[in-house]
Design a binder for this molecule. Structure first.
Ligand code: SF4
Length: 222
């Protein structure tokens, strides 16, 4: 269905009003009735309507862990402006929030507190892991930190150190698509991959034309 935006004059309103009256009186029939319904009626399911509303009215928790939080704060400013998608009302209490953005590194001491906040949030609830630290411990790959997937479910991972606000916005739009039930395919589906490994096409055996290529176990050139 194509949606057209056209300037409307006050006389158009009057015409529409009269046609609506005709419809209610049962005076429209045949082609006129078909056209009227086609132009004005949109059908959907309750589930789709609810998912559409949920995806456009997320209440994120006011929460930041480290340097990534500065980039997270930026998304409500005018340049990125997530108010366009209805995600700008950051809540101060987990009991009023349905999204937590883990922006920064998570220490082992902090993990149970984050899990507790997550458990206090409204259902259905979602989580975004923002930045390399939170997803994989990043540059601080040491005993004091823990990746978020180890202690709570994460819906979207946003890579980068730090991810730019635009990257977080991309993650937010991916999550919105997921909530609304039309999530884009993950890379595993796109590249036919299993686990963390891509299944690469079988390579043709090396020929004599290949220069400086050694087969596995060939130590002649070592
Ligand atoms: S990913 Fe980079 S910017 Fe984000 S918390 Fe870690 S070190 Fe800081």
């Amino acid at each position: 269905m194509e949606i057209k935006r056209e300037p409307v004059s006050s006389s158009d309103f009057r015409v529409r009003q009269l046609r609506a009256r005709d419809l209610l009186r049962g005076d429209l029939d045949g082609d006129d009735l078909e056209r009227y319904v086609e132009e004005r009626v949109l059908t959907t399911t309750v589930q789709k309507a609810v998912a559409w509303a949920q995806g456009n009215s997320i209440y994120p928790l006011t929460f930041g862990l480290a340097c990534c939080a500065i980039e997270q704060i930026h998304i409500v400013a005018s340049r990125v402006d997530i108010a366009r998608f209805g995600w700008e009302a950051f809540r101060a209490s987990p009991r009023q929030a349905d999204l937590i953005i883990l922006a920064g590194r998570v220490s082992i001491k902090m993990a149970p507190i984050i899990r507790r906040l997550y458990d206090q949030m409204l259902e259905p609830r979602w989580a975004i892991s923002m930045g390399a630290c939170c997803s994989s411990m990043g540059v601080y790959n040491n005993y004091a930190l823990v990746p978020a997937d180890k202690f709570m479910p994460i819906d979207v991972h946003v890579p980068g150190c730090p991810p730019r606000p635009e990257a977080l916005l991309h993650g937010i739009l991916r999550l919105r698509a997921k909530i609304q039930g039309h999530a884009p395919e993950g890379w595993r589906e796109r590249y036919d991959a299993v686990g963390t490994e891509e299944l690469l096409p079988v390579e043709a055996p090396a020929t004599s034309a290949d220069i400086n290529v050694y087969q596995p176990g060939d130590t002649a050139g070592a």
